[in-house]
Design a protein around this ligand. Structure first.
Ligand code: PML
Ligand code: MG
Length: 256
């Protein structure tokens, strides 16, 4: 793996025009692959964008580019599943876990009050745990975490070892969470899907691991959430550069 040339492959799909022209987000995807995996990867992303519960896209962009920076390998987070029988209980549990990760309670409440507004943002929102303000400065675009992947064989071995089904959605979310929590400014991540038929979400942080919560919203709800609770005293440019540009492969036995 090390020494091999990798390519970052990205897909985004929307309906009623491009995202930046007000189109509805349908699907997105991020992969890292060696050259000989490009065809398969592009096809997999095409398939993902075309068969989505948020609707049929009328705009899709798939692009690849060679990655010139050295690739970092990062270990998967520990995983736990927490059952919640209502969205209200799931969100209360999420608040408790975010607080265990080190975010002050009043800041968590403030972030949750702003979730409806943040759900309009296409990427992630960076929320400063000191000021209680959004500090990514990216307006509707937010921050798109890119250039990470978990090679399939490694993921399948890991999933079998944890007794988890090798679910591709979970693989992608775990790869994002491991990359994001690998930056020292990120204290915790809160996420649930914008897909109307998927209600499991998670809270993730280095020590806490990847804490799945089985119900974070109601079926049929198309509002998602991706908030990174960050220590705004740490250099945010460095953090955003890392999230968008640092290539990362998830690998058991990788860096912490
Ligand atoms: C998404 O699909 O956008 C996020 C899914 C988060 C939860 C994945 C899981 O652990 O089941
Ligand atoms: Mg989605």
């Amino acid at each position: 793996m090390k020494g091999e040339t990798y390519y970052s492959v990205r897909m985004r799909a929307s309906q009623n025009g491009r995202h930046e022209d007000g189109g509805k987000h349908i699907s997105g995807g991020e992969k890292l692959t060696p050259f000989d995996g490009l065809k398969h990867t592009v096809n997999a992303l095409l398939e993902k964008g075309l068969s989505h519960s948020r609707g049929k896209p009328d705009f899709m962009q798939i692009q690849f580019e060679r990655v010139n920076e050295p690739i970092r390998t990062i270990q998967p987070l520990l995983i736990e599943t927490n059952e919640a029988d209502s969205a209200e209980k799931g969100q209360e549990l999420a608040k408790e876990l975010i607080s265990q990760a080190g975010v002050p309670r009043d800041m968590i409440e403030k972030a949750f009050r702003e979730i409806a507004e943040y759900s309009r943002v296409r990427g992630a929102v960076l929320f400063d745990i000191h000021s209680g303000r959004r500090i990514d400065g990216r307006k509707d675009k937010g921050v798109r975490v890119s250039r990470m992947d978990w090679p399939e064989t490694g993921f399948e071995e890991w999933a079998a070892g944890c007794g988890m089904p090798p679910n591709p959605r979970m693989k992608e979310a775990l790869a994002v969470a491991a990359k994001v929590s690998g930056h020292p400014a990120v204290v915790a991540e809160l996420c649930w899907s914008d897909d109307p038929d998927y209600i499991t979400g998670y809270v993730a942080a280095g020590e806490l691991g990847y804490q799945r919560i089985t119900k974070m919203k109601e079926y049929g709800d198309e509002s998602g959430c991706r908030i990174f609770f960050v220590d705004g005293l740490i250099d945010m440019k460095n953090c955003i550069d890392y999230l968008e540009k640092q290539p990362v492969l998830i690998q058991s036995g990788g860096e912490g």
